[in-house]
Write a protein that binds this ligand. Structure first.
Ligand code: ZN
Length: 264
């Protein structure tokens, strides 16, 4: 069990990040808003709702000062309204800047959605998009600080997709957030590091499993546990079942897009 640190708030509070964007259920918006106001932050709501969002979402922009929250709302308005990605690239980069994402990572994000559009993948969303981002960020030695595959499990230092799993500015950001957690609880920080510095198998559908690979064989595989030690996704558990005991090469031939990232 590790406390569910609000890493975005820790980063915002220390000025590593100008603003936060939250998409929440409309019924919960007021609760989130009140929490940030209690913390002394400024909060504004999106003036415009994406009509096709399922489930319905309310978007909140949080910053230390009102004008930064409003700036992010303004920058994101044309993105929410939709349109050609080519025209929105500048707006997405500006939003990335206000969210404190490294420029190289924001540019890689824009390139990726543009490429997906050219490939006819259209609205490549959710878990498939995550798989594509992870494939493109793969490097020989992925750094544990940038393991962003356990967002739902609330085990992470960053909430963006890094351009590479050893991106220097992303590592500086993650290191600063880790320092904040260490200052709050050294045992939690050590435990978090242990949970992120693992080998993760990810398939094209975005299913993921923690694996231990021994001489080309997946000796152990398990669904990742959340910060409070629960398995959140039966799909992840199913992947773990398919992987355990298999030869890695054989699993890669059988399971579409299977990627192994050895975060350390
Ligand atoms: Zn980067």
């Amino acid at each position: 069990m590790i406390a569910a640190y609000d890493v975005e708030w820790l980063a915002l509070r220390k000025g590593y990040k100008p603003a936060i964007r939250l998409a929440v259920e409309p019924a919960e918006a007021a609760t989130h808003e009140a929490l940030f106001v209690r913390r002394g932050a400024a909060v504004v709501r999106s003036a415009w709702q994406p009509p096709d969002a399922r489930p319905a979402q309310e978007i909140l922009y949080v910053a230390r000062r009102l004008r930064e929250a409003e700036a992010l709302r303004e920058v994101e308005a044309p993105i929410l309204r939709g349109g050609e990605t080519a025209e929105l690239g500048g707006a997405i980069l500006a939003a990335g800047r206000l969210l404190g994402y490294p420029p190289c990572c924001a540019e890689a994000f824009v390139d990726r959605i543009e490429r997906a559009r050219h490939l006819g993948l259209g609205a490549l969303r959710g878990l498939r998009k995550r798989h594509l981002a992870a494939c493109e960020a793969q490097v020989d030695q992925p750094r544990w600080e940038l393991n962003n595959l356990f967002l739902e499990e609330r085990l992470r230092l960053i909430t963006f997709e890094p351009c590479r799993y050893d991106c220097p500015p992303a590592l500086r950001f993650a290191g600063a957030v880790f320092g904040e957690i260490e200052a709050l609880s050294a045992p939690d920080a050590a435990a978090l590091r242990g949970r992120l510095a693992v080998a993760v198998a990810l398939d094209a559908e975005g299913r993921k499993a923690e694996v231990q690979i021994d001489e080309g064989r997946i000796a152990q595989a398990q669904a990742p546990l959340s910060h409070d030690d629960r398995v959140l996704s039966p799909r992840d558990a199913a992947l773990a079942g398919e992987l355990e005991g298999a030869l890695l090469g054989e699993a890669q031939a059988r399971i579409a897009g299977l990627l192994v990232l050895e975060f350390r």
